[in-house]
Design a protein around this ligand. Structure first.
Ligand code: NAP
Ligand code: MG
Length: 478
């Protein structure tokens, strides 16, 4: 596939108001000059979505299902090419793009293709001579604003259910990683989606994103990204009382009890923080280890960490890629500096790295003797940096795990079934992994509590984000 760099608006590739450089973070080379949607192009995208909406909403639901399935087939046919583009744009290892991201994107579209013709309402027994029933109807025009860590997956998580429910979508990818979203738009056209049903408009957040959030023709914003931007979007969406879904950051606890299989726990803790270079909203960035097994566990953890060497993301054996940008690399390094200054013990990594003298890499980094008062224990670093803390017993584990403003995910490692379920019940998180970490499935809901946001992506729960329920009363005595 050839790269697309223009905006997809109303089924046409159009010029933006400006251009920005999209960089390959592993080589520091510019991949493409990408068009940016200014307020006029955002307005054009909203108008085309509004125009497309009635016919799309009223289309035979089986036909919507067929289109989504056809798009899944096209994504599957082009998976190898899309994975390469994803790796070049984001810096993630090709192992991740090709073996994890692309198959799950295809699955996601198939999963929601299955839902498109199953969105029934219900009949409700009410008092009096009335028939009461509900209709599930699309919200309307959905603005999807997504981050750069899983560009195509995040697009799929929002676009697939929104389209299945009969909404028209305007997708604003992150400025660091716009390329696969544009190719998704191209494949949607090839699959036969009507013009305007899916628009893709790259651009900077405060320009393109903000214009989308402010636009009165947009009915809903579905956002994944940072807490700060989430708060801003929530405030701005208030002006037009837009429906909002927010999937924000995390500082997820991964808790290892003394009775756990320590080898499995060390493996899970390593991938829990270093998968996706730690640029994962659910990354297990607070690693709690029960005091009595701390030394034994640390040995295993450090042994595994030593194997996580930054490498060329396009090489199939690489497991630690480049951070997405120079800014993100520098931000992560400043957290490492803060960890050192605040007195945590650096046990592995801690430095910037490069491959062939280039790229925004950071070593796999482990801080021990961390206190919850430290910045590295409280704030989302979004990089390959783990903070190790200690605990004693289940009460202490639950108390410490919940000592955060976030509530996205949590992990627990134990052979004690009761302890596992008690932790799962009491930890404040949208997802809990028991004796595993970083598992996702199109059928299983994902989202946060506390300042990690609200609403759920994936599963049948996402359908609730993209439909309104209408209650209809019919007099039976007339
Ligand atoms: P971000 O600002 O939240 O970006 C997410 C999306 O929101 C991007 O598409 C961004 O566009 C857009 N955006 C930014 N400002 C906006 C505004 N005023 N109105 C509407 N949309 C706006 O995240 P970031 O700056 O890329 O990363 C910063 C930090 O966020 C990271 O270091 C990490 O801690 C966290 N983060 C979390 C997640 C997650 O999945 N929870 C994902 C990414 C980042 P641009 O890309 O053009 O700015
Ligand atoms: Mg890029």
């Amino acid at each position: 596939m050839e790269l697309r760099t223009k905006l997809l608006v109303g089924g046409d590739w159009v010029d933006g108001a400006d251009r920005f450089a999209d960089v390959n973070p592993a080589t520091e080379e510019t991949l493409a000059q990408v068009h940016e949607a200014g307020p006029d192009q955002v307005d054009a995208a909203v108008r085309s979505a509004r125009e497309a909406l009635p016919a799309w909403r009223d289309l035979d639901p089986h036909a919507r299902s067929v289109l989504l399935w056809r798009l899944a087939d096209l994504l599957e046919e082009r998976a190898a090419e899309l994975a390469v583009v994803e790796t070049l744009d984001n810096g993630k290892p090709s192992f991740e793009s090709a073996k994890v991201d692309l198959p799950s994107v295809v699955e996601n579209f198939r999963y929601y293709a299955g839902w498109a013709d199953k969105l029934g309402g219900e009949t409700i027994p009410v008092s009096g001579p009335f028939l009461n029933y509900t209709l599930r109807q699309p919200v309307g025009v959905v603005g999807a604003i997504i981050p750069w860590n899983f560009p195509l997956s995040m697009a799929a998580w929002k676009v697939a259910p929104a389209l299945a429910c009969g909404n028209a979508v305007i997708l604003k990818p992150a400025e660091q990683t716009p390329l696969t979203a544009l190719l998704l738009g191209e494949l949607a056209l090839e699959a036969g989606f009507p013009a305007g049903v899916l628009n893709v408009i790259p651009g900077r957040g405060p320009v393109t994103g903000q214009a989308l959030v402010e636009h009165p023709g947009v009915d809903k914003i579905s956002f994944t990204g940072s807490v700060e931007t989430g708060k801003l979007i929530m405030r701005e969406a208030a002006a037009t009382v837009k429906n909002v879904t927010l999937e924000l950051g995390g500082k997820s606890p991964n808790v290892v009890f003394a009775d756990a299989d320590l080898d499995a726990a060390a493996r899970g803790a390593t991938t829990g923080i270093f998968y996706g270079k730690g640029e994962v909203c659910a990354a297990g960035s607070r690693l709690y280890v029960e005091r009595s097994v701390k030394d034994a566990f640390m040995e295993k953890l450090l042994e595994r960490t030593a194997k996580m060497v930054p490498g060329d993301p396009t090489h199939p054996k690489t497991r630690l890629g480049a951070l997405v940008s120079k800014e993100q690399r520098d931000k992560v390094l400043s957290y490492i500096e803060a960890g050192r200054e605040e007195g945590a013990t650096l046990r592995a990594g801690g430095e910037a790295a490069s491959v062939d003298g280039r790229g925004y890499f950071v070593e796999a980094t482990v801080f021990d003797d961390v206190d919850i008062g430290m910045k590295i224990a409280r704030e989302e670093i979004f990089g390959p940096v783990v903070a190790v803390l200690e605990f004693d017993g289940i009460e202490d584990a639950i108390r410490q795990a919940n000592q955060t403003i976030y509530g996205l995910a949590a992990g627990v490692w134990t052979r004690d079934v009761g302890k596992a379920h008690r932790f799962a019940r009491e930890v404040q998180a949208g997802t809990v992994w028991v004796n595993t970490y970083n598992r996702y499935d199109s059928a299983s809901p994902f989202g946060g509590v506390k300042q990690s946001g609200f609403g759920r992506d994936l599963g049948r729960y996402a359908l609730e984000q993209y439909t309104e329920t209408k209650s209809v009363w019919v007099a039976l005595d007339g």
